[in-house]
Design a binder for this molecule. Sequence first.
Ligand code: GDP
Ligand code: CO
Length: 411
Amino acid sequence: MLIEMPRHTEIFGSVKIHEVQRILKIDSGGFTNPRARDIPFDEIKDVLGRFAVIVPVKDEKIHLLDGVLRAIPFDCSVIVVSNSQREAPDIYKMEEDVVKNLHDLTQQEILIVHQKDPDLGFAFYDAGYDCLLDRDTVVRDGKAEGMIIGMLLAKSLGKDFIGFADADNYIPGSVREYVLDYAAGFCMAESPYSMVRLHWRYKPKVVEDKLYFKKWGRVSETTNKYLNLLISTCAGFETRVVITGNAGEHALTTKLADILGYSTGYSIEPYHFVYLFDQFGLGAEIITDTDTDAANAGIEIFQIETLNPHIHEEKGEEHVTNMLLGSLQTIYHSKLCNDYVRSKVLEEMGDIMKWDQPKENVIMPPIGKIDAQKFVTLLERTAKTFARFERGAIESESKVETKTDLKEESV
Ligand code: GDP
Ligand code: CO
């Protein structure tokens, strides 16, 4: 892969944010020059073998999920976390069938679980991590909550890198590229605490029966503006470095995943920045040993512009507004937010909200202390919706380890 070098890196305390880098060639020929870096495919393949791709899904068209799953490179493990409907028509059942069929045909490692499985809720309770539970026993709705489930499963597989791919993507080839772009980012990273966030060159929309190649969405433009304002006012130097505030498609090292705090629902992505600024930004006080280790190593953020455009399901105006509100709320409540930035954020929110005080998003603490092995052993024994299809030899029968199998063994 040939990828542009970042023109500049913004250093904010221990956080290093690289300016956007374009993918020049997905398959390159080994030619390097001062403006571009060539990453040989065997280096990328090595990362893919240590990589889990999480696909959060909630009631998406089954053909879209099927395309996304088929596009993820074989060397990665795939983790599907679903919050789809269980009443007839049982969408989760269709998703399970797609996963099982894909495993039967390919032998790729795939895990699947339903977010509302009561035994999954119990496993979180047992692990002492009940901040994402509703009514004490069941995991809340929310994409972030699904992502946390996926990260624990990835940790139980011993993976070093964790990435996300939405299930509503219309172009499977773009999903394949995203995963390769993540891997390329990790090949370039110097710190074990790093993150890769994708930026779309275009997000095409149908306008008057023609495809229009739109560059920016309203939410991302606004989120980026205020995240940059937060850094600019703190550092005293204006910057526009952040262009991936709402990057749903992102990946991070497991070491970084262990120390991050997570905001609920769709505010999880902008909150990555807010959390890192608050904990590791200019003048932040580092308390724990793991945070000291990360601060010494530095936390590196890559922003990669994909070659493929991003075409996904349009979810309507209300979804967009909620996403924007969630993003602005996290910025408003940042420790670094001064009166000036607060007043600007309030002005922006004035148009879209009725309350005079922005709500605080629910924040979930780091997952580093949870024993992921124990968590998954409990799931394997109890959770009916949890299935783990192992990577197998091509000739062998597909093997699925579920609660039923384990029961049969013990009879
Ligand atoms: P956008 O693309 O950022 O506007 O947001 P989407 O609505 O497309 O959501 C991103 C991904 O998260 C999609 O694959 C959704 O199906 C999935 N998703 C949304 N809500 C939930 C949820 O509550 N739980 C899980 N597990 N996935 C969700
Ligand atoms: Co989407």
